[in-house]
Every structure is written in C-alpha cells, then in structure tokens.
Design a protein around this ligand. Structure first.
Ligand SMILES: C[S@@+](CC[C@H](N)C(=O)[O-])C[C@H]1O[C@@H](n2cnc3c(N)ncnc32)[C@H](O)[C@@H]1O
Length: 263
C-alpha cells in the first residue's frame, strides 16, 4: 500500500473517531494557548491539527516511526514540524515541552514503560504527560466485534495478530501503573467518549479489508474464503443495519505531572 492509501485507510479506520477523541483528550490534558506541545505517535495528524488550533502550529511538534504517516501529516498540516522516531527513544532534549501527549499509541508499543519514561524526560518540570487508549475490553464496538469474530474463527491467529484486548497497559489500572512507574506525580484517570458515522456495513469493513492497523494486516493475511467468513462473522457481531449508523467508543485517559525539582 502506498503512503496516501495507507493514510486514507487509517482515516476510515479508528482515525474516523479522531476528531471527537482529540477534542475530549486536549480538554482532559488541560492544553492551553502558549504551551509547547509534543504529539507522540502522531499518525495522520488529527490530534496535532487540534493542538495547532489551540497553541499555534509553531508550538507543536510531532513524532511517528511510520514514514507514510509522517509524509501524510506534512501535507495535511503544513507548518507543523514532524520527525520520524519512536516513543521509546524520543529524538528530543530533556525538558523541552509543557505537555507531551500520546493518543491511541500505548497499545502499539513494544516497550510502554520505556516510552512513558521518555515522555516524562522530554517534559519540563511541572509539565503534563498524558495518553489515551481505547477501552479494548468492551468499550470499542468496532474493534470489539472484529476481534471477537477473529477469536471465534481463529483463536491462535488472534493472539499472534496482536489482539489489543489482552494489552496489560490498556486498562484503567494498567495506565495508572504505567504513569506511576515512570515517576509521574498527580496521576489522574479519565474516561473519554468519541463517535463515528458509517454509511453502512461495507463502510465499516473497508479499512480492515484495506489492511489498516494490526487488525487490517491480519485480514489481508487471510485467503479469500477465510476473509469472506471473517467478514460475515464480523457483520453478525457488529449488529448494525445495512444503512447509516453511528458507533460510540470509550477510551481511558491518563495524565500526570513531572515533579518539580526542589532544593
Ligand atoms: C492507532 S494510531 C494513532 C495515531 C494518532 N495518534 C491518532 O490518534 O490518530 C497508532 C500510531 O502509533 C504509531 N506507533 C507505532 N509504534 C510506535 C512507537 N514505537 N513509537 C511511537 N509511535 C508509534 C503508529 O505509527 C501510529 O501512527
């Protein structure tokens, strides 16, 4: 898949919820004009666009390991500085940001504790470090129905393909442990909600068939008969009519502050 197709597939996947989720997340994290903000795992740029509206494009930076997303973001939000890099080794100096955010990224990390420590390192003393993740255990109807269908048809394949419902950090308690383990203070947990509109079932299936995310990569790895069986099982579990519908998803959010240095 080329960079443009990959970015479009993501937009029609969970990126479809991005506008509403970003609005709720920046409110939760307390982003205000004048802050210098880093968006970790920026993807195609929904959060960064929101941040740029609040603090100005010259006060936000973005980082993502995917060249395709970095390229898409440069085109979509001109003027915002974006770098290729990973959360576990952020290419920034210590203490340069008033806020460091990661929206829907924790589940994608190989080493979430290292990423949380890095996010803390690049935030200034007193700065805010925040993340949000889908509530994969029953709060995200699209992915819940998809992974339940995969588990029903191919339990081993679901585990190997990266079914996020088992991620130890993507829960209320997991996020709290992650943030406290990184040495952040005043840790708070929030619950966010975001909705997305669909034209019908085919619109919901599109991004899986197009290979978006781990769920889509698994879908693309199947031969035609197995993909068709998965489509039908997913349709059955999604329980939506074949006309316009709206899904609302829940996300857990965590925030903490870099302790002030005394003495
Ligand atoms: C579900 S997308 C979320 C994108 C964006 N934050 C949003 O809210 O739309 C997950 C993002 O995490 C990025 N990612 C994967 N591994 C990463 C890592 N080690 N460090 C930083 N970002 C990573 C992916 O490239 C992708 O852009």
């Amino acid at each position: 898949m080329n960079a443009v197709a990959r970015a479009e597939a993501y937009d029609r996947h969970t990126g479809r919820y991005g506008r509403e989720l970003s609005a709720a997340f920046v409110g939760f994290a307390g982003i205000e004009p004048g802050m210098r903000v880093l968006d970790v795992g920026c993807g195609t740029g929904t959060l960064i666009a929101r941040l740029a509206q609040i603090v100005g494009g010259d006060r936000v930076l973005a980082v993502d390991p995917s060249e395709a997303y970095v390229q898409a973001l440069r085109e979509r939000v001109p003027g915002v500085a974006v770098r290729a890099g990973s959360a576990e080794a952020l290419p920034f100096e210590d203490g340069g940001f008033d806020a460091v955010l990661a929206q829907l990224v924790i589940q994608a990390l190989d080493d979430a504790p290292a990423a949380a420590r890095e996010m803390r390192r690049v935030a200034a003393p007193g700065g805010v470090v925040a993340a949000c993740v889908w509530d994969f255990r029953g709060g995200m109807p699209l992915l819940d129905a998809y992974w339940a269908a995969v588990r029903a048809l191919d339990p081993d394949g679901a585990r190997d393909a990266g079914d996020d419902s088992a991620d130890e950090w993507c829960t209320r308690d997991g996020l709290r442990r992650l943030w406290e383990g990184a040495g952040l203070a005043d840790v708070e947990i929030g619950e966010l909600a975001a909705g997305a509109d669909y034209e019908g079932f085919d619109d919901a299936w599109f991004s899986f068939a197009a290979g978006a995310g781990l769920s889509g990569a698994y879908c693309r790895s199947l031969d035609e008969p197995r993909r068709a069986a998965l489509r039908e099982e997913f349709r059955r579990r999604l329980e939506q009519p074949d006309r316009r519908f709206r899904l609302t998803a829940g996300a857990w959010a965590v925030s903490g502050r870099v302790p002030l240095v005394h003495g």
